[in-house]
Write a protein that binds this ligand. Sequence first.
Ligand SMILES: C[S@@+](CC[C@H](N)C(=O)[O-])C[C@H]1O[C@@H](n2cnc3c(N)ncnc32)[C@H](O)[C@@H]1O
Length: 333
Amino acid sequence: MSDRVNTTRLQEMARAYTVSAVLYAALDVGLFTHVSNGCVKEADLANATGLRRIDIDRLVSCALSLDLLDWDGEELRNQADVEAYLVEGKERYAGPWMMFTRPDVPGWFEMTERMRTPKSSRLGMYDDLTVESARQYHKATSSIGFGAARRFVRMVDLTSRKHLLDLGGGSGAYSITAVEQFPGLKATVLDLPPVVLATEEYIADAGVVDRVATVGADFTEGEFPSPVDVVVMASNLPIYDGEVIGGVVERAFRALEPGGEMHLIGEMLDDDRRGPVDAAMWGMNELICGSEGRAHTRAECLGYFKAAGFVEVEVTDFVAGTLARCVGMKPIK
Ligand SMILES: C[S@@+](CC[C@H](N)C(=O)[O-])C[C@H]1O[C@@H](n2cnc3c(N)ncnc32)[C@H](O)[C@@H]1O
């Protein structure tokens, strides 16, 4: 192998912010929605968006080169994932999630200063939640959370389970999807008090008020509702440090009936911490959001479970390259 190196990769990294900016702008002007609705020529896109032809030319070139758009002969078309997730009005539209972290952009560019003069609190971004901000937040998380929950119920058979506790359940995506899938199951969503008011709206919309309850509480302290035979904690992991996560897993163990199971789903680093990048970045996000959280490795998560007393503990891919799932069983005796 040649030992010659060049700056290409480093230059790309130095300007990687341009990729996010193009995606945001394309969503702002509804580029993919217009293409899906038949504006497949640049002149049509200029008319539909009201933008100058030159800016449509620029935007379309960026979208083609980022593999968001493709050519179908002389016409434009959305790539398959773009058509599924970035077309407004479609059931799987995930635009709110794609835009959700946009307000954090200035904070990311103050990273150095924030590391030099750190300010953090236990709950970080969740310190000042209101019911309205929780509603907005979960409009974004639900746009991907229900898809993740459907994946969970395809992977994990809860047919014989009676009661699921969903820690930091947010929109209730996992609880609602699980009770819909498993007729014998009830669920409790535990989340911060302003959040559960938003959760209750999702539960009512899904028509499962009789099977999904809520508890407004902070999962970093106090005992959990008990007895339950399944605990799920999804997409909370980097928000807290090892002491807090270890404590949550311990209290979940206590809340479980013998033979019960816990699933911790989140962005986990490989043990040598060489990836995935997304997991490392969610850890860094906690600097920007002002919590004490960080990215955890798969081995650390195994350690929290084993220290709590769980057996048959393992970590597997949940969404390869992004999310992992740590599962453990409470011994029967
Ligand atoms: C990214 S959302 C994930 C929501 C849901 N589990 C899902 O996967 O769709 C994180 C959730 O954790 C909740 N959360 C964070 N810290 C919490 C705490 N200390 N106590 C209770 N809930 C908390 C937040 O309010 C938010 O609803």
